[in-house]
Design a binder for this molecule. Sequence first.
Ligand SMILES: NC(=O)c1ccc[n+]([C@@H]2O[C@H](COP(=O)([O-])OP(=O)(O)OC[C@H]3O[C@@H](n4cnc5c(N)ncnc54)[C@H](OP(=O)(O)O)[C@@H]3O)[C@@H](O)[C@H]2O)c1
Length: 354
Amino acid sequence: MGPSSTYPSVPYWSPIPVFETIAIVGATGAVGTLIRQMLAERDFPYQRIKFLASARSAGTTVEFKGEKHPVEELLPDAFNDIDLAIGSTPDEVAAEFCPWAVERNCVVVDESGYWRMDPKVPLVVPEINPEAALAHQGIISSPNCSTTQMVLAMKPLHDAGKIRRVIVSTYQATSGAGVAGQRDLERGSRAFLDAEDYEYETFAHPIAFNLIPQIGSHKHEGYTSEEMKMVYETQKIFGDDSIKVCPTCVRVPVSNCHSESILVETEKKITVDQARELFAATPGIKVVDDLPSGSYPMPKDCAGDDATFIGRIREDLSCDNGLAFWCVSDNLRKGAATNAVQIAELMVKNAAAV
Ligand SMILES: NC(=O)c1ccc[n+]([C@@H]2O[C@H](COP(=O)([O-])OP(=O)(O)OC[C@H]3O[C@@H](n4cnc5c(N)ncnc54)[C@H](OP(=O)(O)O)[C@@H]3O)[C@@H](O)[C@H]2O)c1
């Protein structure tokens, strides 16, 4: 959680009927690239758009709706004429730029981890807590990618049987570490196969033909920062600190789509058949579950889709009210860009309804 002292206090933010000018901050990154694609795919309403990134990228171009657009340097005055910014930058950059934007009456939907646990900042998954977004005070956070797919899967089970406890092991793709993470997997794998040396940009250990059971830094009693995000963010999104989460986050040599093995223990028993029905009836979830025919979600099949895929649904043999399942989602889409654009759409829809 970042300090909120630099974030100006705004008691109530009126809905804005049309975001005349929008900015994509971090437009050159892995998530920023998908945000450009999402805005075009979903025909997001706006009149003017600008693309911001670091001084390194200023003067280059990015593609949007089939045309090349200049990238501008992220500076305070870049927000002078902006109504909505969708940001996907490193935490320390978001810590600085979000207040610049808010001071200039710009609403920010932020992908970084910096503001997520600030009490003034709603943390939103539109399928779960859309109302939270509408009470924002200038900044709205989108959760960590590993959290988003897990809470989406938890939602129907929590509504039906109240989840007491979750044990989750993640298998996280290298695109979760941005453009440099994707590059590392490709170049590291080639170097490994050619028996050549390769110096990794992003990972502390080789990721090619390996697993790394650490994402983020040491945070709390043997848990990493990525793992503690799954604990705190889940409780904040559901508004329920009694949900216990025990995560283990692992980086795997898969380019895109995070996978998770999830066990949930509910207060009220939910059978496998009931769980399958609940998942199937939930918007944003697709069930792919037929073990005898070898049918279950795999990263290679889920990339490029906005859904969260669930399979391998079975009873937890080790406890009475337990369910185990496998969950895969495109971390750059629903885990990041799609969720952020859906949050922005919520505000437009709400304004239209006022
Ligand atoms: N990747 C995921 O699956 C995922 C999912 C959910 C949330 N997130 C979060 O989204 C954020 C972006 O992640 P990413 O994967 O897109 O990373 P990325 O590929 O490394 O992109 C980072 C972006 O931030 C810009 N940036 C870096 N330093 C800057 C600076 N000093 N000033 C202005 N812009 C700067 C970069 O611009 P340049 O190209 O000019 O350096 C680039 O556009 C992170 O906070 C990450 O935790 C990522």
